[in-house]
Design a protein around this ligand. Structure first.
Ligand SMILES: [Zn+2]
Length: 155
């Protein structure tokens, strides 16, 4: 399989789509959810937008990535997302890394690293071996949203 993502303009695109994920994260924060947002892009089109809904749905599995994967598969009418990119503002947890693997995601792009709950600490091999990982896109903005949220909670 040829990899059409290895273009020199991907960084610009990645920043653009990560901004959309950040908008989703902001929406989550505004409704009292931990501010994590995600979008799924397939053939230069956003096919799913989602944010963390664990409080709203009273469901610990309602992470932004889980919502986005479910929505993307519904839009595409197929469960495999090997031609898609998942953008998420914060490094996925182990559960989401598993879901990303099951979906055979083509690319994973995340913003801020999560040293406490991120998959790379516990399960660095959890992703599908073919999934391309890019990290650090708008990392500061993504981390700042989380910091503000938890600082406001403590007040
Ligand atoms: Zn997760």
């Amino acid at each position: 399989m040829t990899n059409r993502w290895n273009k020199s303009d991907t960084l610009v695109d990645d920043t653009h789509y990560m901004k959309q994920a950040l908008l989703e994260a902001q929406k989550a924060g505004e409704r009292g959810e931990v501010p994590v947002g995600a979008v799924v892009v397939c053939k230069e089109r956003i096919i799913a937008r989602a944010h963390n809904l664990t409080e709203t749905l009273t469901d610990v599995t309602a992470h932004a990535e889980m919502q986005a994967i479910t929505a993307a598969a519904a839009t595409l009418g197929g469960k495999y997302l090997n031609e898609c990119t998942l953008y998420v503002t914060v490094e996925p947890c182990v559960m989401c890394a598993g879901a990303i693997a099951w979906a055979q995601m083509g690319r994973l792009v995340f913003g801020a690293e999560d040293e406490k709950r991120g998959y790379r600490r516990y399960a660095p091999q959890a992703l599908h071996p073919k999934t391309i990982v890019v990290k650090g896109i708008l990392a500061e903005e993504s981390a700042a949203l989380m910091k503000e949220f938890f600082a406001a909670k403590r007040r």
